[in-house]
Design a protein around this ligand. Structure first.
Ligand code: MOS
Length: 704
């Protein structure tokens, strides 16, 4: 029942797999990306690669204090640079309407809420001149004392009403204190994670121009519909007066899921100078401007009977937000989904510090939360002398623990069992730190579960039959590197009963039928639903054009608990001399509904697991208490995994036929790959060495 796609480049091995369940065989085939050639030949244009005639360049000026007010901006020196056009500040920039997202209220007032907040922007004939100008802008501040240090007993901590995603800030089920107090076996452990940064390969960038009263912006975004709405609201325009194009996007990982200052500043500067303006964020400024995964301090208390049955589960997360807005990383939320227990407490506490605003980073909530929960399950397994796979199987719930809702489908146990079999788990000696050794290296294996919610949002789409027998499908989906174009064309071809080559698909512009963003692993299901519906209606009508909206379909969904699940297995080596930890092999087995394209799906799972490897072993960020700066601000300091860090990773999936999802049948795969990986690696490190290292990443300063 598990498709082996380890040799996906040989397509003949795959097309007959169990995921090819459609009439025409188009969906489920490992079709190559439509824009692949354009991308590798440089033909694909990204936001900063549009250069309208007369284009000027902007370079932002970040605040050099962590809190305070701008009292004076002197642009005299900057304006003396050859090619200088303007220096925009809060004093001369156009007054905009207030943004729903306060990070976009740039150059609107003198307040500096955190280090790196933009206090001015320089505009010039060339990018070099703009940069020289930005360095020559003199800013005087009235500095105030700042606080960027999160501690478990910070006096500013409070219990938020809501965490990210609209989840309740806190939940109690049963009497946790009583059950925990009475539990014959208990653990009480705390895990600490530093801030983490998205760092997509393509930095955030925008090119903006005004054609009369019409604003056109090329923006590197995960969803240009939202960018259009936001720009229209800020500049007091009708949405019809704004066009936002995001044709190709070089990754986002959540940081481009909401509009960022680059597009607002480019539009402001374009209006101010009467020229098209291009603004690309310098890599080193991204950590302060584009959001980050907030740090967490997570306390896990598990109470269990001798047979491993959980009686009490508390997951309490402490995190930070900024003074600009409240964003609460929902780390305790997956504990409401994962395991049966008699009583549970899941609670977030947050402090608003003088830090850049945190935001979405691939699997917000689930990635850090499942790291802590799945390590705690491993600690409990060791405490009880029960195999960690078996402990999870014994706590499989009948219904979603916190809501009592039935699952639309849940194949976690299949992922664990199949993964264990394929990984060779059962040959493992459970004793930590005693067995396998190669010279100075200790070897160990670990496992963790993964989960991610199924999110779907209303979208619109149109499908048109053309006289030459081909079809034209239009939907404002965004391809952030996932292969969205390709998969949507597959969905369309299947419904139209047409060959894939006969389907032309346009995405990536707000002038197309509006659609939801590429976020929350919701893209394919949301856009695919609209494309599916449009193509069906077109076929039923026998031609012409069909335009559809899935709002009522999405709202009519029945009350099921919908989540994707998975299991990740890892083998690591720990060097007993240097403390260096490396992953030797990994396997992820996922249950995520119907897999529409095994080639692009595998890449998504693989990318997620690689990002999880980075979270476990290399990625680390420090907020400098003295300056309020993120110290590891570029890719020389913030270590994402390099090719040599990434071993052989195997990806498989369980065929899952879930009729309570959407007509396309997919659950979303963009985020679940990261979720179980850090815990699987950390648990393998413990198995190798006998040491528990609860703070990530597992770098020699912690593991030595
Ligand atoms: Mo994802 S963090 O919702 O782009």
């Amino acid at each position: 029942d598990v498709s082996d796609i380890s040799n996906v480049s040989d397509t003949s091995n795959v097309s007959s797999g169990s995921n090819t369940a459609s009439a025409t065989g188009v969906v489920g085939r490992p079709v190559e990306r439509r824009e692949g050639r354009a991308k590798v030949t440089g033909g694909a244009r990204y936001a900063a690669e549009h250069t309208p005639p007369g284009c000027a360049y902007a370079w932002p000026v970040p605040a050099t204090v962590a809190r305070g007010r701008v009292v004076r901006v002197d642009g005299t020196e900057a304006m003396a640079v050859t090619g200088a056009l303007a220096v925009l500040t809060h004093e001369n920039a156009e007054r905009l309407n207030r943004a729903d997202d306060a990070i976009l209220d740039v150059l609107q007032n003198p307040r500096v809420p955190h280090r790196g907040w933009y206090v001015a922007v320089a505009v010039a004939e060339t990018i070099e001149a703009a940069r020289a100008m930005a360095e020559a802008v003199r800013v005087e501040y009235e500095e105030e004392p700042h606080d960027v240090v999160l501690t478990p007993d910070h006096p500013g901590l409070y219990r938020p009403e809501e965490a990210n995603g609209g989840a309740a800030g806190g939940r109690e089920r049963g009497d946790f204190d009583r059950e925990y107090g009475a539990a014959p076996h208990a653990i009480d452990v705390t895990y600490t994670l530093t801030p983490l940064h998205n760092h997509p390969m393509e930095p955030h960038a925008a090119t903006a121009l005004w054609e009369g009263g019409h604003l056109i912006a090329y923006d590197s975004s995960q969803g240009s519909t939202t960018v259009r709405q936001t720009l229209a609201a800020l500049f007091d325009l009708d949405e019809g007066q704004v066009t936002v194009v995001s044709e190709h996007v070089g990754g986002g990982f959540g940081s481009k899921g909401t509009p960022r200052p680059n597009v607002v500043l480019a539009a402001l500067a374009a209006r101010h100078t009467g020229r098209p303006v291009k603004l690309s964020l310098p890599r080193r400024e991204m950590p302060a401007i584009v959001g980050h995964r907030a740090p967490t301090i997570q306390r896990l208390r598990l109470g269990a009977r001798a047979d491993g049955t959980l009686t009490a589960l508390a997951h309490e997360a402490v995190t930070h937000t900024s003074t600009v807005k409240e964003f609460v990383e929902q780390a305790a939320v997956p504990a409401r989904v994962m395991y049966a227990s008699t009583a549970s407490r899941t609670q977030h506490r947050v402090a608003a510090l003088d830090v850049p605003s945190p935001s979405w980073m691939r699997a917000p909530g689930e990635a850090p939360g499942m790291y802590a929960l799945e390590c705690a399950m491993d600690e409990l397994a060791v405490e009880l002398g029960i195999d960690p796979v078996e402990l999870r199987l014994r706590n499989e719930p009948e219904t979603e623990p916190d809501t009592g809702k039935p699952f639309s489908s849940r194949h976690l146990t299949d992922c664990l069992r199949e993964g264990a079999r394929r990984f060779g788990w059962h040959e493992r000696d459970p004793r930590p730190g005693v067995r396998r050794r190669e010279g100075d290296l200790l070897l160990g294996t670990g496992v963790a579960s993964a989960t991610y919610p199924v999110i779907v949002a209303p979208s619109t789409a149109s499908a048109e039959a053309l006289p030459d027998g081909t079809f034209h499908v239009r939907v404002n989906a965004t391809d952030i590197g996932t292969g969205a174009r390709t998969v949507l064309a597959q969905v369309a071809a299947e419904q139209l009963g047409a060959p894939l080559e006969a389907v032309r698909i346009d995405i990536g512009s707000s002038d197309l039928p509006s659609a939801s963003l590429a976020g929350g692993s919701s893209g394919t299901a949301s856009w695919g639903w609209a494309v599916h519906k449009a193509c069906r209606e077109l076929r039923a009508a026998g031609g012409g054009i069909a335009t559809v909206d899935t709002t009522s379909d999405v709202q009519a969904q029945e009350e099921y608990a919908r989540h994707a699940f998975g299991a990740v297995f890892a083998e690591v080596q720990a060097d007993t001399v240097t403390g260096w930890v490396r992953v030797r092999r990994m396997l992820g087995v996922f249950a995520a509904g119907r897999i529409l394209n095994p080639r692009t799906a595998r890449s998504q799972f693989l990318g997620g697991m690689t990002m999880g490897l980075g979270m476990a072993l290399t990625e680390h960020s420090t907020l400098d208490p003295a300056t309020g700066r993120f110290i590891e601000a570029d890719l020389a300091g913030y270590h994402v995994p390099a090719c040599a860090d990434v071993p052989d990773i195997a990806v498989d999936w369980i065929h899952e036929d879930d009729r309570y999802l959407n007509p396309v049948g997919g659950k979303g795969i963009g985020e679940i790959g990261i979720v179980g990986t850090p815990a699987a690696i950390a648990n393998a490190f413990h198995h190798a060495t006998g040491l528990r290292c609860r703070d990530l990443p597992l770098t020699p300063d912690r593991t030595g």
